[in-house]
Ligand binder design. Structure first.
Ligand SMILES: NC(=O)c1ccc[n+]([C@@H]2O[C@H](COP(=O)([O-])OP(=O)(O)OC[C@H]3O[C@@H](n4cnc5c(N)ncnc54)[C@H](O)[C@@H]3O)[C@@H](O)[C@H]2O)c1
Ligand SMILES: O=C(O)C[C@H](O)C(=O)O
Length: 341
């Protein structure tokens, strides 16, 4: 009940903010983007440059960052933009950060799973997390790099090793799953998409993505077969984009939109806005998986209250059961990677 109530309020707050996710208020926040020259990094940086909550936008990548920063710096919005290239410029980029967003790493090609990215992206996220733990241990981390089911545990283990772990400040960004669920369900039911909010829980890969259509706002229902079809489409939406892009990458523009939405919510909460709820993948006691996405009430210190799973339909309980083995294996793989097991 609380979850419904808070979700609806947060949804109204976001509606008021409008589609650019900017506010009329000028806050003083440093946002860092690691992987800023990439397919997600560039449009996400553009959206962050437009956000009035951002006073300093610091962009880091191993290549092309100076050009992206110079380009964005000409936009007539208040955020100061700095560009940082290569490991020797990483510490300066991170110092004083309030929020660090990580879209660094390789994307999928057709035929690959997100777990197939582990070999390349695990060490990228580990090394960037080590730099965060050293330079901005108090910052909120928003991890986009796949496989999210494993990269979030990797970052947490790195922070634990450094003695600075705060589970309320490490988030796997699963907002794109919610954005897709809202879009597909609004289309199917001929609703105004700006009024639709569908929680998506679990992880961020295939069967671990669990849309909770029974908890949608406004309340909707589907016949059993349609419920199965729409849930599968939400679970496979990333693959739909990977196949349409035919070897040139995965979702970038919709991910930038989703990332900007999540970071704007986070900045709002960190700066004292109340009642902000987003689904994200965090350290969790809600299920037998030690990391799990659920609706979260955000606050001045990051995660304020996990709003949990709520009441599930039998259909959703079955989805949850199917997700567990893959999710638990992905989490263990990430933890073992850092701890050398
Ligand atoms: N969480 C989600 O919902 C979601 C959605 C879409 C994509 N993704 C993931 O986001 C990641 C990035 O996707 P993309 O399309 O932007 O890829 P991309 O290849 O276009 O961009 C990645 C960027 O990361 C940079 N990079 C590589 N190693 C780095 C390092 N050590 N430090 C800093 N930067 C580094 C590259 O130079 C490049 O600019 C992928 O892993 C993809 O699977 C996640
Ligand atoms: O599908 C991918 O590989 C990228 C991302 O996780 C997505 O959901 O679009």
């Amino acid at each position: 009940m609380l979850s419904r109530f808070v979700s609806a309020r947060s949804f109204q707050a976001l509606s008021v903010l409008g589609r650019s996710f900017s506010t009329t208020q000028q806050d003083s926040n440093k946002v860092v983007i690691l992987g800023a020259s990439g397919g997600i990094g560039q449009p996400l940086s553009l959206l962050m440059k437009e956000n009035k909550r951002v006073s300093h936008l610091a962009l880091y990548d191993i290549a092309h960052t100076k050009g992206v920063a110079a380009d964005l710096s000409h936009i007539a919005t208040p955020a100061k933009v700095t560009g940082h290239t290569g490991p020797e410029e990483l510490s300066a980029c991170l110092q004083g950060a309030d929020v660090v967003v990580i879209p660094a790493g390789v994307p999928r090609k057709p035929g690959m799973t997100r777990d197939d990215l582990f070999n390349t992206n695990a060490s990228i996220v580990r090394d960037l997390s080590e730099a965060c733990a050293r330079n901005c241990p108090e910052a909120v981390l928003c991890i986009i790099s796949n496989p999210v089911n494993s990269t979030v545990p990797i970052a947490s283990e790195v922070f634990k090793k450094a003695g600075v772990h705060n589970p309320d400040k490490i988030f796997g960004v699963t907002t794109l799953d919610v954005v897709r669920a809202n879009t597909f369900i609004a289309e199917a039911k001929n609703l105004d998409v700006s009024q639709v909010n569908v929680p998506v829980v679990g992880g961020h890969s295939g069967v671990t993505i669990i849309p909770l259509v029974s908890q949608a706002t406004p309340a909707i229902s589907f016949p059993y077969a349609d419920r199965g079809r729409i849930s599968e489409r939400i679970q496979n939406a990333g693959t739909e984009v990977v196949e349409a892009k035919a070897g040139t990458g995965s979702a970038t523009l919709s991910m930038a939109y989703a990332g900007a939405k999540f970071v704007n919510s986070m900045l709002g909460a960190l700066n004292g806005q109340q009642g902000i709820v987003e689904c994200a993948y965090v350290k969790s006691d809600e299920t037998e998986a030690s990391y799990f996405a659920t609706p979260l009430l955000l606050g001045k210190k990051g995660l304020e209250k996990n709003l949990g799973l709520g009441k599930l339909l039998e259909f959703e309980v079955e989805l949850l059961k199917k997700a567990m083995p893959e999710l638990k294996a992905n989490i263990k793989k990430g933890e073992d990677f850092v701890n050398g097991n």
